[in-house]
Design a protein around this ligand. Structure first.
Ligand SMILES: NC(=O)CC[C@H](N)C(=O)O
Length: 360
């Protein structure tokens, strides 16, 4: 294959030259790295990656192709949302040839059709070392004779770009859960439906306080949590009430902000399938799937709130819970997809909380 040269430029001036295997157009965003060995179809369709140029450190990418757009329960079965969200893919060794039971096309063709640039032939481990040492950086993918300005997506309201515009209903379960969609991954909806839930998916800024529901769920999503002012304001009221609440990732940050805690940007984020977390107050540790660049400052959790999980690599917050109410959230992804399912029991805990609330 004769591939075009293309350049990755970091905001500190570092340049990497590789070959283009995706869409041939310039792109700019935040450069982030994920050290997982598999799961690129899921990562690329995860709305939390909006505005980011994704570096995969596992060297061989593309060898199992990309699944097709099969649907189940009104959701794409093998994607985490309806579209690709990354703004560029940066890898070491692209495999145009693929083989897998559900493969439908090559990764390169998928990127081209969806107008996402891809670079192969990059020393992704050297690039990752730079990001780890100097911290998260903006970057751009540029083709010869073309250029584009750097862009910090965290200054944009990315959640508004990815959230549903209309209220949508999934499943016909016994429990009615309002899901605040800040960029929800499909596997969160799948996990709720299979636990006898009717999911009422609402936009990030929707006033759900007047809705009838048994439980409230705050989804994952892209960007700086402080951009989600409307959701935080609604949550400030919801946490004074008695209905069970569960949050994941951005949802963990929004609940904490609503409780009065603060968030900050991590030096280079957690993105992998093997992040160890400790359940506070126990000796139980879990291996988790993660994708976040911001974190809650544990020291700012006040009065009724306490850390629920802590990251065993760097001690940062990985979840919070209310000391007396049925409210908890995880910074990692209990729904995984992709990644280990060790913490899926948190969905069962949420349902148990709903049942206890309904029985009162
Ligand atoms: N996956 C997520 O929900 C990410 C949350 C937030 N955008 C962060 O990067 O920290």
């Amino acid at each position: 294959m004769d591939l075009k040269n293309v350049k990755l430029v970091l905001e500190d001036g570092t340049e990497f030259i590789g070959k283009s295997f995706g869409y041939e157009g310039c792109s700019a965003g935040e450069v982030v790295f994920n050290t997982a060995m598999t799961g690129y179809p899921e990562s690329l369709t995860d709305p939390s990656y909006r505005g980011q140029l994704l570096v995969l450190t596992y060297p061989l990418i593309g060898n199992y192709g990309v699944p097709g757009a099969n649907q189940e329960d009104n959701l794409f079965k093998f994607y985490e949302s309806d579209q690709l969200h990354i703004d560029g893919l940066i890898i070491s060794d692209y495999s145009e040839e693929y083989s897998h039971w559900n493969a439908n096309e090559s990764l390169g063709d998928w990127l081209k059709r969806n107008k996402v640039p891809g670079i192969t032939g990059i020393d992704t481990r050297a690039l990752t070392k730079i990001l780890r040492e100097r911290g998260a950086m903006m970057g751009k993918i540029v083709f010869e004779g073309e250029d584009i300005a750097f862009r910090d997506p965290n200054k944009e309201n990315l959640v508004d770009q990815v959230s549903t515009k209309d209220v949508k209903i999934y499943g016909e379960g016994r429990h009615r859960v309002v899901l605040v969609d800040c960029g929800v991954k499909n596997n969160i909806i799948r996990n709720l439906i299979k636990r006898d839930v009717t999911v009422v998916r609402v936009p990030w800024n929707y006033n759900f306080l007047n809705e009838e529901y048994d439980g409230l769920f705050i989804s994952n999503g892209p960007g700086d949590p402080k951009m989600c002012e409307a959701t935080i304001n609604h949550l400030k009221v919801a946490i004074t009430q008695d209905k069970p609440i569960m949050g994941i990732c951005l949802g963990n940050q929004l609940l904490s902000l609503a409780s009065g805690a603060n968030t900050y940007k991590l030096k280079y984020g957690h993105r992998s399938h093997n992040q160890p977390v400790l359940q506070v107050g126990t000796n139980r540790a879990f291996v988790t799937s993660q994708n976040h660049g911001f974190a809650i400052d544990n020291n700012t959790l006040s009065g009724d709130w306490e850390p629920y999980f802590i990251n065993l690599n760097d001690g940062t917050n990985e979840g919070v819970r209310h000391k007396t109410k049925r409210i908890f959230s995880a910074q990692f992804h209990p729904e995984a997809s992709s990644g280990p399912t060790d913490t899926e029991f948190l969905f069962d805990d949420f349902i148990r909380n709903i049942e206890a609330f309904k029985a009162e």
